[in-house]
Write a protein that binds this ligand. Structure first.
Ligand code: ARG
Length: 503
């Protein structure tokens, strides 16, 4: 893959007597991971040089030649005509060398005035990062929509809620889904807030301490779609807190998805059969012909580990690194790109798996029926209806449950007399229990409709919550649109400026 180019590969090893040998060159170069920001690098240079001209630092003729050469290079890249070998430390000298090859050192040599690779690589990375964050945010909102639509169909689908892996309380599948909708909404918010903090332009910091040239950092911000400048030049080239923040935010998103995936993997198993993952998201076995594995969802779990790893990688890279640029920081890109790719595809695939899964309501109901999850309902009903404290009602219920379990019966065939007898035995109290107590506490529909606390699985409340979340999602979608439009406007500004100076 790596071969010597005809272009001037050696722009700035002037101080050094010898070249890297091939192995060291391959070890040292970042060209492979840099390819992802090829277009951003060219755009960054164009914006920078236009600004140099407007500030009186570069003459019109030179700018015109540089912009022309850069446009050609972009075209060559698009057509797959460029071969970029490890003799280039990174993409930046490759492009500079290619410009010089096209228009000579006289004009091309002005291209890198008043900047350094240190601020250049940061602005490139941030441009790629902003696009990636918008794409992931959009995917998250798509997932939210899918989940809301599914939740809306299951506002009354009763299911067992578990704590400690044991049947705990009655819930609904719709309410369960909304629990994750709310988590994904917060994931969206975190991405958006993080985007706002990434949106600071580092270009113009140069290597670490600025430049004698009277550059305009606001102008390059405008042409490249940044809302602010990252003012302090040391901060601009040295800090990677933004990369740690993104990988944190993406790790949290992955953790949330992973946990939901874990439920679905379990619930698709033969012992539950609550859901069936669609064939197009399942795999089979090379030996066991009967197998239908929810492996896509297992991979959501597995890949979350990969994203957590990128956070660890960047944190470890930065910790103990003295202030300023060190080559260590070159590795940031690899971790970031991996975090973006893995997270983006995970959200997409999860969305696909959710939108195609089958919900087996009867299997959910089969677990609800005859389970003791209604014990809470009984205790609360007793505590409400009678002159009992909650703890007394709890103890009565516990005795009742013990008795039913030992007699291999369920709450459904509980009688009022039995409850009254336990109350008398335990506390010497005469209580009056309704003859319809069994039906009252263990009918799933009634139990759900009796829930009164805000945020409970009460079906009417879930219906309203779905509407509310969809509205909020709509607002977030518009917010994203606005951010995207701002980037389009910036790209337009750059295009117009290029047209003006190449005319
Ligand atoms: N390839 C480098 C990176 O990705 C670009 C900056 C190099 N700067 C330097 N002073 N060697 O970080």
């Amino acid at each position: 893959m790596w071969q010597r180019c005809n272009t001037v590969s050696n722009l700035f090893r002037t101080r050094l007597a010898k070249e890297f040998d091939d192995r060291t060159a391959r070890f040292h170069t970042s060209v492979v991971e840099d390819l992802r920001m090829f277009n951003e690098d060219v755009d960054g240079t164009m914006a920078h040089d236009i600004m140099l001209h407007e500030q009186g630092i570069m003459d019109a003729e030179t700018l015109k030649k540089i912009l022309g050469a850069l446009q050609e290079i972009k075209e060559e890249w698009k057509n797959g005509e460029l071969e970029i070998g490890a003799e280039y430390e990174d993409i930046h000298p490759f492009i500079e060398a290619r410009v010089i090859e096209k228009i000579g050192l006289e004009a091309g040599g002005a291209m890198h005035t008043g900047r350094s690779r240190n601020d250049q690589v940061m602005v490139d990375m941030k441009m790629v990062t902003k696009k990636e964050m918008l794409a992931i945010a959009e995917n998250v909102l798509n997932l939210v929509k899918t989940m809301c639509e599914l939740a809306d169909k299951h506002t009354e689908t009763a299911m067992v809620y578990y704590t400690h892996g044991q049947p705990a309380m009655i819930g609904t599948f719709g309410h369960y889904l909304l629990a994750y909708v709310d988590q994904y909404m917060r994931d969206y918010q975190r991405i958006k807030q993080c985007y706002d903090r990434v949106n600071y332009n580092p270009l113009g910091a140069t290597a670490i301490g600025g430049t004698n040239f009277r550059i305009s950092r606001l102008r390059t911000s405008e042409l490249l779609g940044f809302d602010y400048i990252q003012e302090n030049s040391v901060d601009a080239v040295s800090s990677r807190d933004w990369a740690m923040e993104i990988t944190s935010v993406l790790s949290i998103l992955m953790a949330n998805m992973s946990r939901m995936a874990a439920d679905f993997v379990m619930w698709s198993g033969a012992e539950f059969q609550y859901i069936t993952v669609a064939d197009e998201y399942s795999s089979s076995s090379s030996i066991m012909p009967q197998k239908v594995n929810p492996s896509t969802l297992e991979l959501i779990r597995g890949k979350s580990a990969e994203v957590f790893g990128t956070l660890q990688e960047i944190m470890t890279m930065v910790k103990g690194l003295p202030t300023g640029y060190y080559q260590d920081l070159q590795q940031t890109k690899i971790a970031l790109w991996r975090a973006f790719d893995t997270t983006r595809t995970s959200v997409e695939v999860l969305n696909g798996a959710i939108s195609t899964l089958t919900v087996n309501e009867d299997k959910m109901m089969a677990q609800v029926k005859g389970s003791f999850i209604f014990a809470v309902q009984l205790a609360e009903t007793l505590a409400e209806d009678e002159a009992l404290t909650f703890r007394e009602a709890y103890k009565i219920t516990a005795e009742v449950v013990k008795k039913l379990v030992s007699e291999d019966r369920t709450l459904e065939d509980l009688t009022a007399e039995e409850v009254q007898k336990v109350a008398k035995d335990l506390f010497g109290k005469d209580i009056k229990v309704s003859s319809s107590i069994a039906e009252k506490v263990s009918n799933p529909k009634k139990a759900l409709n009796n829930l009164r606390s805000p945020g409970s699985p009460h079906p009417a409340e879930i219906g309203m919550a779905v509407e509310n979340r969809l509205e909020l999602r709509e607002r977030y979608w518009k917010e994203l649109d606005f951010l995207k439009i701002k980037l389009v406007i910036a790209a337009d500004n750059l295009k117009n400026a290029i047209a003006k100076y190449t005319a």
